[in-house]
Write a protein that binds this ligand. Sequence first.
Ligand SMILES: Nc1ncnc2c1ncn2[C@@H]1O[C@H](COP(=O)(O)OP(=O)(O)OP(=O)(O)O)[C@@H](O)[C@H]1O
Ligand SMILES: [Mg+2]
Length: 412
Amino acid sequence: MDNDNRFVTGLDVGTENVRAIIASVNKEGAIAIVGYNEGPSAGMRKGVPANLTGPAESIDKMLGEAERMGGYEVRSAYVSINGSQILSTHTEGMIAVGTVEHEINPDDLDRVEDVSVTGRIPANRDVLDVVPLEYALDGQGGIKDPIGMSGARLEMRANVISALTPNCENLKKATLTADVKADRLIPTVVAAAKAVLTERQKENGVAVIDMGATTTGVAVYEEGDLQYVGVVPAGSNNITNDLAIVLAIDPEMAEEIKTRFVTGDFNSEKSPVIRVKKEGKVERAFERKEVEEVVMARLEEIFQEVRKKLKSARYDQRLPEGIILTGGGAKMRDIDLFAKKCLEASVKIGIPQNLGGVSEAIAKPEYATAVGLAMLAAEQINVAAPAKKSSSKIKLPKIKGPGFLKKIFAKF
Ligand SMILES: Nc1ncnc2c1ncn2[C@@H]1O[C@H](COP(=O)(O)OP(=O)(O)OP(=O)(O)O)[C@@H](O)[C@H]1O
Ligand SMILES: [Mg+2]
């Protein structure tokens, strides 16, 4: 392997599955997937750790294979954080910077950011990122990058993404128990967006909906910036559970019916009976109409909750590039058709593409988060430390306050 390459790892700790991506990053910053793996998760509830040993063991077990494939021992990673605890708060701040001739410098940006964040986020929350949305100089707004511009009064409007401190700490502890240091925690849906969105989509207005097992994340981008993040505390497992209850069957059979027989194209002509035979058991037959009614009701409910989130962010039916679905729940056949109807927007499935290495195997919507995490980690490597010859160890800078993050990582 080229010695100029460095390695990054994306670790998606889901409620149902953990997934890892190991990627090499070349001098130009291009990444190639060298290792990947997925495995069942344990000890997670609705996207957050319910204990430490469960997630740690799942991560440890799953990582071994990815490490062997990539020929690289993972010591640190960008890690997903999830759950309805994730909040997006829009804040504003203002500072005096001197006389009108003063040219705005990075220190001024740090200062106005501190003013915008301090005291606006409850003390029991960790700030995961501060996304500058707009600056104003002496009352004139609409400025994206004020560095070098002149003015005496600098104002900032920002989107502050935060999560409950205990959840962040527990996630970091869980990964550390598996000997992996969490360099950054990134909301699951935000990482997924990194892997599946183009710059043009982000500029024009687009949303990503990550349909996990127990959560459905929503991220909205416009003018190139992350405008909103929110998480609905329900996901594709709710469909399985509903089927198990209504049809009085075990969850394994319900899962099989969901993944093998249900499609989002509910009104199309299909055989009216679904027949399932589990090994060693007698064949069971179910009325398709009944199955579809259960699935439709739950999906409708989830999409209505998503719409509420989009409405609260004032983006409902206002996204020129439509909606992109990721996560394991997006694998339901023709789910885009049903989502389109419920959300009244154009809908596509988001698949991580155009990556080097063994990327074909991970070109699936459920890998979007892990891939996005690796991509974000790769970006930081290139900003933080240009690749040195014969170095294969990642040397990431220590996590500092939001001012630092903004400079190296302004746009998710
Ligand atoms: N072919 C399929 N059709 C429908 N659903 C599917 C299919 N394949 C997987 N799923 C569902 O996807 C879900 C798992 O998705 P994923 O791995 O993204 O969840 P997770 O990341 O572990 O959960 P979360 O993000 O909520 O913590 C399960 O509910 C599973 O039933
Ligand atoms: Mg997930």
